[in-house]
Design a protein around this ligand. Sequence first.
Ligand SMILES: *Cc1c(COP(=O)(O)O)cnc(C)c1O
Length: 397
Amino acid sequence: MFDEEHPLADAQLQTLAVRAGQHRTAEGEQGEPIFTTSSYVFDNAAAAAARFSGDEPGNVYSRYTNPTVRCFEERLAAMEGGEACVATASGMAAILSCCLSLLKSGDHVLASRSIFGTTSMLLNKYLAKFGIEVTQVNLTDYDAWQQALKPNTKMLFAETPSNPLNDIADISKLAELAHGNDSLLVIDNCFCSPALQQPLSLGADLVIHSATKFLDGQGRVLGGAVVGPEKLCEEVLGFIRTCGPTMSAFNAWVFLKGLETLKLRMQAHSDNAMALARWLQQHPKVEQVYYCGLPEHPNHELATKQQKAYGGVLSFKVVGDREQAWKVIDACRLMSLTANLGDAKTTIVHPATTTHGRLSDEQKLEAGISENLIRIAVGLEDVDDLKQDLERGLSQL
Ligand SMILES: *Cc1c(COP(=O)(O)O)cnc(C)c1O
């Protein structure tokens, strides 16, 4: 990312989070400016021609480049350990851009079954319309991944930890499978963020982000990003510039501020989630807790090896059925009943009737989405208050 002379050449994550990407203007500003401009002015006709032809680097139009967006891209690339980054209007725009720029009709995509519902919809409904084949397999069943590989498999796509059960996939193992088949491995790193996991260093070819979640961290704006080698990002960038799902300068600035505190927040989210998971685990009205930080979780060892902490999302089953789960949710006065995650404010949701409501009963059973399951994206409140909030409903069961 940086040459040897660069002051950030050897910098660690938290320094990059605060410093990478900033190019001060002649005004000498300490904070990163927001460039709210759609286009840029040239000194003369020859300079305009040189910019347009690409002979001279510089800004032309904000669908192509914007200094605030550029700053966000450089900062996130540095934090993920990638050569390049392309910012997008949302997480879904990042996934769409990645697929449409790198795949063509006749290609096959192999994805884990537990990916974000809208990603599944994008692959199965929209990409299928353009002759792209899709197969989905169990995230942690490496034999199934292996067996589903085909000569035309161009891309493997996975999310780890999974939502909402916190299954963990071995990224190096998936990379090995992908590369043995000349396929690309794309990891949606939304749940961990680069503060907890850097998939590129484990062999992934591209990292996807919904910046809307932990990168912002305060539930303000939508955005996304694709991070990876220059060569692949060039393709994605070409798509963005032509098709237009660009990130706005204002949103890029919000994400820049979010990145500065990302590591501190991820540690706090993880600490809170761990404390809440342990408390839930010993609660008589709780049947089971799914959090990769718990030693009882089937993928705990891998999570410890692959991640710096266990993240902010957990789920649990209450004793009972839908009625009991809804009762606990409805009794909450602090936690927000919303499907979003990665916010300072804790959110609680009933996956079976919301985020995973589109799945058939059989698919739900297969994915472990039962009627008594509740997902919590643990925020930054004092954890004792969160416990009290849940106890209000749990004590009614
Ligand atoms: C939210 C989310 C997305 C989609 O991101 P948007 O910014 O909402 O478009 C993709 N992947 C995961 C894992 C998500 O949680």
